[in-house]
Design a protein. Structure first.
Length: 593
């Protein structure tokens, strides 16, 4: 055995001597560079998932802390001495346990009235109750303004509207500031941001080392500008007193992963992806500023709905067909997918204030808009987005009406329509034929999924290192199969963290709804979160053959400018439901519906 080792040693020394003689200093440099690159990859493979999980935990814990408020916009004093605080812009009153103000009296209807604070004044609207609503002894026939000191009567139960002791926004700001200061001592967002920058620097260097002489110069330049952009955006937002910045930090993390994926699979497109991130940040900032005001938000939704219909019409007339779906508009220098932007309009169109929801159960306009969007997508053969839009419609329709029977009938009709589509369209039927049996079609319709599963398995928990995977050579690796690339190059832990971030966005939206001042914000938050969750589910499970492959992107991670911009826009809708973001700055003017 010792002789064998001695021979190996001699051969190795001989190889080094010949290599030095032949290559000289250049060969020596390449050898040392290769060793350094391998050691660096080994380091990053272990550090990367630790940073990803740490950042994720540091972001979600502050957002899930107790948000109970003491601020009240006013009070209702009942004749029996009970004093009920009004903690929302819209307060439902009735016998039902689901009302904001529950009055357990037989003569009060389950949903009797809505008391609304808008334009700096209170108004009350009756909701088809049996005994009606009286203000100062006069029965109202339409929404009526209520002054402090007025007596409201519901089914014989009298209550006086009383002004709050302090301005509710002032109290809310004091409470939020106190909670924020105490939370900063535990988990500082600045430290989390630095960890994200460290993670992106390590990942960018890993791509540079792995590509070596083949490195596209655009890759390091783009990462440098991306990091500078993050720093600028973070400083500006902190300067503007954005107290809850954790969702944006999580999106920084996902966008960094997106650039790493594009740098590995399509380095020539990395600058376009960075430009899409910049546009996404601009859209996010603009939407965030606009929808803080409920009146502006209500007006914006009509503009967005009209623009969405126009985009869909243009898509149907001048759209370009790619991969069997007519969902692209090519303008020469740029091309985009209108359906991605329509998602924002779709969610906004379904939102409404509580008094409108409960007094007008007819959803004809929203159903008509939804039918137009889904019908256009069917004509485009964009069936993945058809599923996303329809499922989001179900969520919004249920939040608006709560009518399970009607929604069940609608869903049944959709299932029958889906069966018809699969039966009469061979392109879609072929996808379902391979579903669950991709290994039998490994060289045809199951080619992408089988390679994705092989790559994901080869990556293990830690991955093989950014830029070292083979899945990058497969078509759509950085779009439809991006989960497989994350698993292969950066490991299962990082890939699952990316998925959990999107799942958290959905949970975060639901968590926020219980304290929303208006149902408008609750609906847009849950609608946007539904799109995030559905897209991630279809993308991840489709790439590993648990669901059919639909061509749906992974929000914030998949390569694609339209998807990136739309994802930032949807995040703005979710953040609009968080009352903690800018205490004292959110306004309430306008009708909002």
């Amino acid at each position: 055995m010792s002789d064998f080792l001695e021979n190996v040693k001699q051969l190795f020394e001989m190889y080094l001597t010949k290599a030095a003689d032949i290559s000289g200093s250049i060969g020596s440099f390449v050898l040392h560079f290769g060793v350094i690159a391998e050691l660096y990859t080994l380091l990053v493979r272990w550090v990367f998932p630790i940073l990803a999980v740490t950042i994720f935990l540091r972001c979600i814990l502050p957002l899930l802390q107790d948000r109970k408020r003491n601020a009240a916009w006013g009070y209702l004093n009942i004749t029996d001495g009970t004093r009920i605080p009004l903690r929302h812009w819209e307060n439902s009153i009735g016998r039902s346990n689901f009302c904001d103000i529950v009055i357990k009296v037989h003569f009060v209807s389950r949903n009797h009235a809505v008391l609304t604070f808008r334009h700096g004044a209170w108004s009350i609207a009756e909701i088809n109750s049996k005994n009606g609503v009286q203000v100062n002894g006069v029965k109202i026939e339409k929404p009526e303004t209520v002054q402090y000191g007025d007596i409201i009567s519901l089914g014989g139960v009298e209550m006086e509207l009383v002004q709050a002791d302090k301005e509710p926004m002032e109290v809310a700001q004091q409470n939020d500031t106190a909670r924020y200061v105490s939370s900063r001592g535990d988990i500082k967002p600045g430290t989390t941001f630095l960890l994200i920058l460290l993670m992106q620097i390590l990942g960018g260097l890993q791509i540079c080392f792995s590509k070596g002489a083949e490195l596209n110069p655009a890759v390091p330049v783009t990462f440098l500008f991306f990091i500078l952009t993050e720093c600028f955006h973070y400083i500006i937002m902190r300067w503007c007193s954005r107290k809850r910045f954790e969702p944006e930090l999580l999106c920084y993390l996902l966008c960094g992963l997106s650039l790493l994926i594009v740098a590995s699979a399509a380095p020539d497109s990395i600058f376009k992806q960075f430009a899409a991130i910049l546009l996404g940040l601009a859209v996010y900032t603009a939407l965030d500023l606009i929808i803080r005001d409920l009146g502006r938000a209500g007006k914006l939704k009509y503009l967005l709905a009209a623009s969405a219909l126009l985009l869909l019409i243009l898509n149907l007339t001048i759209g370009e067909t790619r991969f069997g779906a007519k969902r692209w508009i090519d303008l020469g220098l740029i091309s985009f997918q209108p359906s991605e932007f329509v998602k924002i309009a779709f969610v906004m169109a379904g939102a409404a204030t509580l008094d409108r929801l409960l007094t007008t159960r007819n959803m004809t306009a929203f159903i008509g808009f939804s039918a137009a969007c889904i019908g256009a997508l069917i004509l485009m053969r964009d069936f993945g987005n058809v599923l996303v839009f329809f499922a989001t419609f179900i969520v919004i329709a249920f939040m608006r009406s709560g009518d399970v029977r009607t929604i069940a009938l609608t869903s049944a009709g959709a299932v029958l329509g889906g069966i018809a589509v699969v039966s009469f369209m061979p392109y879609i039927a072929s996808r379902f034929a391979a579903w669950g049996n991709v290994w039998e079609y490994a060289d045809t319709s199951g080619y992408q999924q089988t390679r994705t599963m092989i790559a994901a398995a080869s990556g293990g928990l830690l991955g093989v290192g950014g830029g070292n995977g083979y899945l990058a050579n497969i078509a759509a690796a950085h779009t439809d199969l991006v989960f497989g690339m994350l698993c292969e190059e950066w490991g299962l832990l990082v890939a699952l963290t990316a998925v959990l971030i999107v799942v958290f966005f959905a949970s975060y939206a639901v968590f926020l709804t219980k304290d929303c001042r208006s149902s408008f914000y609750a609906i847009v938050a849950c609608g946007a979160a539904s799109i995030f969750l559905l897209q991630t589910t279809l993308n991840v499970l489709g790439s590993v053959d648990i669901l059919p492959l639909t061509g749906i992107t992974f929000p914030f991670v998949s390569h694609g400018g339209s998807s990136m911009i739309a994802s930032w826009g949807l995040l703005a809708l979710i953040k609009s439901a968080d009352e903690r973001i800018t205490p004292g700055k959110r306004t309430i003017s306008g009708e909002g519906d």
